[in-house]
Design a protein around this ligand. Structure first.
Ligand code: URA
Ligand code: SF4
Length: 201
């Protein structure tokens, strides 16, 4: 670990910096930053988009309606929330839950990069098109529309060894787009098969 610090210490240091961050205008609107939470030794890391209303209120990722969908998906995948890590590309809530802007993603993503370096997950699951584009590009994979690439494993390499990127639709689509819930759950079963094949669950 960098400077002999433990994963916990590195993540605490990161959380302190995020709490004070003013790198992009989103700091003006936030009540709490949402750094992320979970197991720092997780094999599987989920990367959402940005905090919503309840996340901003509580300072925790995926605790609103989309979070309840994610909880059910985790169950379908054979994973417990405590054993994975859940974060976001953008750590402050965009006003009115609008999409994060390119420059906000650019400003905030170095924190996600640090989290990936600390946790070193074997499987990275971007949720939704913004996180998918960011994660695919970061790992040298060709980004493509989420409707084409969701629900499949993409092998890539990282500084700490091989990783799998497994893109998902954003869980919130199950709440407003008919038919999407079934697509999400089908992808959850596919991920479960990949995890099981590799002996991760
Ligand atoms: N949607 C996200 O992308 N992230 C959260 O933390 C909550 C909702
Ligand atoms: Fe900083 Fe990210 Fe919040 Fe922008 S969204 S202020 S970059 S923590």
């Amino acid at each position: 670990m960098r400077g002999g610090l433990s994963k916990e210490e590195l993540m605490e240091d990161l959380a302190r910096r995020v709490a004070e961050c003013r790198r992009c205008p989103l700091f003006k609107h936030r009540r709490r930053v949402v750094v992320g939470e979970g197991n720092l030794n997780a094999l599987v890391m989920f990367v959402g988009e940005a905090p919503g209303y309840y996340e901003d209120l509580k300072g925790r990722p995926f605790v609103g309606a989309a979070g309840r969908v994610l909880d059910r998906l985790l169950e379908e995948m054979g994973l417990r929330r405590e054993e994975v890590y859940i974060g976001n590309v953008v750590k402050c809530r965009p006003p009115g839950n609008r999409d994060p802007r390119e420059e906000e993603i650019e400003a905030c993503s170095p924190y996600l990069d640090e989290q990936l370096e600390i946790i070193k997950p074997r499987v990275i699951v971007p949720l939704g098109r913004f996180s998918t584009r960011y994660v695919m590009t970061k790992f040298g994979l060709r980004p493509a529309p989420i409707s084409r690439i969701h629900g499949r494993p993409y092998e890539a390499s990282s500084p700490y060894g091989p990783v799998i990127v497994f893109p998902f639709y954003h869980p919130a689509v199950a709440l407003y787009k008919k038919g999407m819930e079934e697509a999400l759950f089908e992808d959850a079963r596919r991920l479960r098969a990949v995890l099981s094949e590799r002996g991760y669950i």
